[in-house]
Design a protein around this ligand. Structure first.
Ligand code: TXE
Length: 475
């Protein structure tokens, strides 16, 4: 049984209190590792290491910091296979998906910020003959990065890469459900030449060590990705100490299909946006809104394509979908399917847990629900989508905007004016037109309403992880 450790001051160390949590492999339902359940003492050690490292790291030339992060990106690429295998075992996602998306994107995250920091510029204003003002964007100090279980190394690196690039030291906590790839990153950081104490990785329960990271007086900014309920707690805690906080939270994303769309493309991509990663991506389009004229045709083709999806062992190349991340999460997803029936929905496909070891659930399609019912209002975060119809553009926009969330939206139409008009009317931070999950890392990433505050990505993240200071000099 593998027993992993915290990564503090460039070394792997046992938790001070010797407490551990079982780590279950979703594909088999069996415990395959133990992880530290860290405590305040572990956090204090990590903060002390970060404090010692900060003067070195924050005053290191941008070029040298950039080279270390480029090297880390190279090492992630070099270790793609063993990182992907661990990611798949830890999360339950298909191995091919971890190899194709999660791990390459983790490398890209470091690569992107290794370059972005070298090109990052600040502002200056010159009043000729009178004064010069310039804005200094200094590192903040020690920052806390807390990430979820659905895209483990992908989102872990999406937070720590800009924080490190900007010259901060990091105390990071991956989800206790999927700690393994973050654990492996420690060694790679050392090999990349990152000074000890710059990156510290603590494992354990969110309400314990996660909460402690947010509360600690030394962490001056918090970057959090996770559920909206948890985000409320994190935001409330951080605001007590006037900390900068970025919250990437849940979604209940509309996928709006107009009659004038490329139907074949819309169906094909909608299957992906519904069920990729077992539907455990906050950007999944879980509410499919279809214009009346093509509702029956879309429904027929969408069910046909969904039936082709194979749910199976994440290690098998033929598995389109793997296992949900935990027994608890599967029970939550299944409870929403039961709720949907109670609310009058018809299960067109799926709604069944597979009778095999592990946490496997069929892709599920439901129709006939009211837009305001709980199934259509609350985030399920699994392979469950609802089909709803609309008769005109105004109704489509109203229904799309009818939840507390505002993360992403997909719009299918060949009408250019409509594409812009509907995009501007939908209350989502991210809009895809005739595509899904195409990402340019320079763009601001995040949602509005209950989907969070702040934006990650591009220079937004570098600005978040810096402290702007305006200096005015009289000429
Ligand atoms: O979140 P949780 P999960 C959302 C997704 C879903 C949820 C699933 O839509 O709603 O996140 O992820 C730690 N103080 N997004 O279940 O439970 C916890 O240990 C500090 C949206 O993981 O909120 C874990 O490391 N930390 C997102 C992390 O918070 C605490 C993309 C998240 O746990 C804590 C991915 C506390 N009090 C998922 N309690 C997006 N919008 O991009 C828990 N944690």
């Amino acid at each position: 049984m593998q027993k992993i450790q915290n990564f503090i001051n460039g070394k792997y160390v046992d938790p001070m209190k010797g407490q551990y949590i079982d780590n279950v492999e979703p594909g088999t339902g069996k415990v395959f590792a133990q992880i530290p359940n860290s405590s305040q003492e572990d956090l204090d050690n990590a903060v002390a290491a970060a404090k010692d490292a900060f003067p070195i790291w924050s005053t290191m030339s941008v070029d040298k910091r950039s080279r270390i992060l480029h090297k880390l990106a190279d090492l992630i690429e070099d270790h793609l296979d063993d990182l992907a295998l661990m990611e798949s075992r830890d999360n339950g996602k298909p191995l091919w998906l971890a190899k194709a998306v999660d791990i390459p994107r983790a490398s890209s995250n470091f690569r992107f910020y290794a370059s972005a920091i070298v090109n990052f510029s600040s502002e200056a204003q010159v009043s000729e003959g009178f004064m010069v003002n310039y804005t200094r964007r200094a590192p903040i100090g020690i920052v806390g990065c807390i990430s979820p279980w659905n895209l483990p190394l992908y989102l872990f690196s999406w937070k720590i890469a800009p924080a490190l690039a900007m010259g901060n030291c990091v105390v990071a906590k991956p989800s206790e459900l999927t700690p393994m790839t973050a654990h492996l990153l420690g060694n790679l950081a050392n090999e990349a030449g990152m000074p000890a104490g710059v990156l510290n990785i603590l494992h354990g329960e969110g309400k314990e060590i996660g909460q402690a990271i947010v509360e600690h007086e030394a962490t001056k900014a918090i970057s959090f990705t996770g559920g909206t309920a948890t985000g409320k707690v994190v935001g409330a805690t951080a605001s007590q100490q006037f900390k900068k906080v970025s919250l990437e939270l849940g979604g209940k994303n509309p996928n709006i299909v107009f009659a004038d769309c490329d139907l074949e493309e819309a169906v094909k991509t909608s299957v992906k946006s519904s069920f990729t990663n077992q539907g455990e991506i906050c950007l999944c389009g879980s509410r499919i809104l279809i214009e009346d004229a093509i509702y029956e045709e879309f429904k027929k083709r969408f069910i046909e394509e969904t039936k082709k999806l194979k749910v199976g062992d994440p290690m098998e190349a033929g598995s389109n979908m793997g296992a949900l991340v935990s027994e608890e999460h599967l029970i939550k997803v299944d409870s929403y399917v039961k709720l949907a029936k109670e609310e009058g929905g018809a299960i067109l496909h799926g709604g069944i847990r597979l009778e095999k070891e592990g946490f496997y659930y069929e892709p599920t399609i439901i129709e006939g629900l009211d837009e305001n019912c709980r199934t259509n209002q609350e985030e399920i975060f699994g392979p469950v989508v609802t089909l709803n119809r609309f008769s005109n553009e105004k109704e489509a926009i109203r229904v799309a905007n009818s939840t507390r969330y505002g993360l992403s939206c997909t719009i299918w139409t060949t009408n250019l004016k409509r594409a812009h008009r509907v995009s501007h009317a939908v209350q989502s931070g991210i809009i895809w037109v005739n595509c899904w999950l195409l990402r340019d890392l320079r763009t601001p990433f995040g949602g509005m309403k209950d989907s969070g505050i702040g934006r990650e990505g591009g220079n937004e993240a570098l600005r978040f992880f810096s402290e702007p200071q305006n200096v005015c000099i009289k000429l």
